[in-house]
Design a protein around this ligand. Structure first.
Ligand code: HEC
Length: 131
């Protein structure tokens, strides 16, 4: 009987070690709660992440409905979370009307954490005019 357990352990431990191994499932930012204030700080940084990636404000205006390289964040405020997420992590999939593909920095998926992306989405949506 002891032998049986020894055998089971010898096989099970390496197996579970393997499973907890590499690439953990990427976290979906839409499952996280975003803080608009932290999002505002993030989009105002000149550089983001460790690469570093260019900050959003180089291309997107924040306060006014002014167009820099890309549309202003204000003009996106009423877009759904799913749409904004796609616009950030896969910009060539959703092209803003009147803009061309390939113009937005494409690697935010790697350069930002899921939590940072959640903050940014919360910030953009918080710009929606309050009536
Ligand atoms: C190098 C310039 C540049 C930088 C930096 C940049 N963007 Fe963009 N972005 C664009 C351009 C140009 C478009 C319009 C073309 C498109 O939709 O891909 C765009 C589109 C978007 C859209 C989709 C808007 C829509 O209505 O379809 C979102 C959302 C967005 N950007 C968010 C961000 C965020 C958040 C950051 C910073 C983390 C960022 N962008 C950084 C240039 C940039």
């Amino acid at each position: 009987m002891t032998k049986f357990f020894v055998i089971v352990f010898c096989f099970l431990i390496p197996l579970t070690a393997c499973q907890s191994n590499p690439d953990p499932e990427p976290i979906n930012p839409l499952t996280l709660e975003g803080d608009p204030d932290l999002g505002r700080e993030l989009v105002q940084m000149p550089l983001l992440g460790e690469t570093p990636a260019p900050g959003c404000r180089n291309c997107h205006s924040i306060e006014e409905d002014a167009v820099l390289v890309g549309p202003s964040f204000l003009s996106m405020a009423s877009s759904s979370e799913t749409y904004l997420l796609e616009g950030i992590v896969d910009p060539d999939k959703t092209i803003a009307e009147g803009f061309v593909s390939g113009a937005m920095y494409p690697n935010y998926q790697e350069d930002l954490t899921a939590q940072e992306i959640a903050h940014i989405i919360a910030f953009i949506q918080s710009l929606e005019p309050q009536n």
